[in-house]
Design a protein around this ligand. Structure first.
Ligand SMILES: C[S@@+](CC[C@H](N)C(=O)[O-])C[C@H]1O[C@@H](n2cnc3c(N)ncnc32)[C@H](O)[C@@H]1O
Length: 284
């Protein structure tokens, strides 16, 4: 029987035009902040360097900084980074590595009149209201400042994706991450509507240059144990009881064993960027 690949559990993106409305998932990543920080991948150095080069200065806000994965990379590149993060558990982890973090959603955050050279967001902008988020970014960016939300998109082999989708349907049949009518396509195809909406949100707010898209392709080899360690950090799994997570891990682990015990994950990191022009509804 051919395997239907809804793929949503792996995408960690609820099948809704507005994922940020799924607040329980949006603020669930601190369930195991230590695992999150240990297993989630860093961002390509070329992306970090390009954002720093395109920003007029080095004062950054990292929206949804989580445990500080991207923030630490920007700090190492010479930036001063302020994290804005609604999950106090994630913020606490980031602070322990010396980062300054204010606990709030970005939309509700009180910037207290401070201005920044860049607003970045690592795999977090889909949890923000795209218009309210771009409006807040326009308010806090200096003229020429860069808005740069970016996302990791990843694609495991079909055997691994299929095992996850099938196991997930069994343990969480009513989850919004299940959508069996979802046509199987590449991971990037499934993210395209989000990238288009991010750009639309920026255009709608005004006061920014025409959004650009920057794309970085890379790969990472995962052993069975490495992927099973990272799996529980997916937004589709953070809310499940541990026995159900273990069931999903067992099925995905068996699928990885069947293809030799390891696999290559194809990653694409996509940024949608726009510079603050200083003109427009929120800048004049
Ligand atoms: C998938 S994690 C990414 C964390 C980190 N940026 C990284 O690259 O590893 C998404 C983060 O966005 C945060 N978040 C959710 N809703 C948010 C909002 N409205 N404003 C700011 N951050 C939000 C979550 O708490 C979580 O830490």
């Amino acid at each position: 029987m051919p395997t239907v690949l809804p793929e949503q559990p792996e995408r960690s993106l609820p099948p809704d035009p507005e994922p940020h409305r799924f607040r329980q998932v949006a603020e669930s990543f601190g369930t195991d902040a230590e695992r999150y920080d240990r297993t989630r991948p860093r961002y390509p150095d070329a992306l970090i360097e390009r954002i720093v080069a395109a920003s007029p200065g080095r004062d950054l806000v990292d929206v949804g900084c989580g445990t500080g994965t991207a923030a630490r990379q920007f700090r190492a590149a010479g930036c001063t980074v302020l994290g804005v993060e609604p999950d106090a558990r994630m913020a606490g982890f980031a602070r322990r590595s010396g980062l300054e973090v204010e606990v709030s959603t970005f939309e509700a955050w009180d910037s207290a009149g401070r201005q920044f050279d860049a607003v970045v967001a690592g795999t977090a902008w889909h949890w923000v209201d795209l218009v309210a988020g771009a409006t807040k970014a326009a308010q806090v960016l200096r003229p020429g400042g860069l808005l740069a939300p970016f996302h990791h998109v990843f694609q495991s082999p079909p055997e691994v994706t299929g095992a996850l989708a099938n196991a997930y349907r069994q343990v969480a049949p009513d989850s919004p991450f299940n959508r069996s009518s979802q046509p199987s396509g590449s991971a990037l195809d499934l993210y395209e509507p989000l990238f288009a909406k991010i750009a639309d949100g920026i255009r709608k707010v005004g006061g920014f240059s025409e959004p650009e898209r920057w794309q970085f392709d890379w790969e990472r080899t995962y052993s069975r144990d490495e992927w099973l360690d990272q799996l529980p950090t997916l937004g589709s799994l953070t809310g499940l009881p541990s026995d159900k997570v273990a069931q999903v891990q067992a099925e995905v682990g068996a699928a990885i064993d069947a293809i030799g015990g390891s696999f290559v994950m194809a990653y694409t990191t996509v940024a949608v960027t726009a510079a603050r022009t200083g003109h427009g509804p929120t800048g004049s």
